[in-house]
Design a binder for this molecule. Structure first.
Ligand code: ADP
Ligand code: MG
Length: 227
């Protein structure tokens, strides 16, 4: 219980700090972006235009990171409603279609009908986006992902996301979900922290199995809603 309380303290501290930093950094960035757009004159030599474009892209990338930090700060839970988990999974897969295609990754979805759970659809999507994005990113040479939603017995709904990517060692798997743990050059290491937090807040359970060089499987189960 004591370690759980420390964990909650830690989350709160991170949340407060990220919120403050995000706001303070975002405003000047928007100003810089605006001026860069003004500088982007058609008469400029192509090389200079390219520098401006690159600067804008980098700013946008930084902004994405800030969005992830802000999402981290938002409290999970609250306004839950009846959502069909398979539909949400499909929606997220569609959302990431071009992100995956760009990396030669295809996402195959399978769904049972009527997998209703109680959840905040935005939070559930966020959770699934983070997991699916990692799955795509785990396959630098491309490959395929299987994303499935099925009934698990009478009382639970099971979502599985399987990739054929780089996989994780035992140690890496143990650290998965710790804030700021990332092996990526420009990763935030918050995606899994957020996803695990959301799953927990929805009464879900998550099991991750992984094998180095073979791939990773996320199995998330939620209580079925008795609608
Ligand atoms: P980020 O993606 O920003 O690095 P995450 O919290 O989403 O942060 O993930 C943390 C780390 O966990 C990743 O950097 C990666 O090393 C590892 N990881 C997560 N999902 C997978 C996966 N499907 N396959 C292999 N490694 C993964
Ligand atoms: Mg990630």
């Amino acid at each position: 219980l004591r370690s759980e309380m420390l964990e909650a303290e830690k989350f709160r501290a991170i949340r407060d700090l990220t919120g403050i930093f995000a706001h303070e950094i975002r405003n000047p960035m928007q100003v810089v972006r605006g001026f860069l757009q003004l500088l982007d004159d058609p008469a400029l030599p192509p090389r200079k235009k390219e520098f401006i474009q690159l600067s804008i892209e980098e700013l946008d990338r930084a902004n994405e990171t800030i969005n992830e930090l802000l999402d981290f700060g938002k409290p999970a839970g609250g306004d839950n409603e009846e959502v069909e988990a398979g539909f949400q999974l499909q929606r997220v897969a569609n959302l990431l279609h071009s992100y995956a295609e760009l990396r030669s990754v295809t996402i195959h979805t399978e769904r049972d009908a009527d997998c209703w759970i109680r959840a905040n659809p935005r939070k559930l999507s966020q959770c699934l986006v983070n997991i699916l994005k990692n799955a795509v990113e785990s396959m630098p040479e491309g490959g395929s992902i299987r994303a499935a939603c099925s009934a698990e017995g009478d009382s639970r709904v099971l979502l599985t996301i399987e990739d054929q990517g780089v996989g994780m060692t035992r140690e890496q798997l143990d650290r998965l979900g710790s804030p700021f743990y990332s092996l990526k050059e420009s990763g935030t290491g918050l995606g899994m922290t957020v996803s695990f937090q959301i799953i927990r807040s929805l009464g879900g359970k998550v099991r991750v199995t992984s094998e180095r060089g073979k791939g990773t499987r996320f199995a998330i189960s939620f209580p079925k809603s008795d609608r």
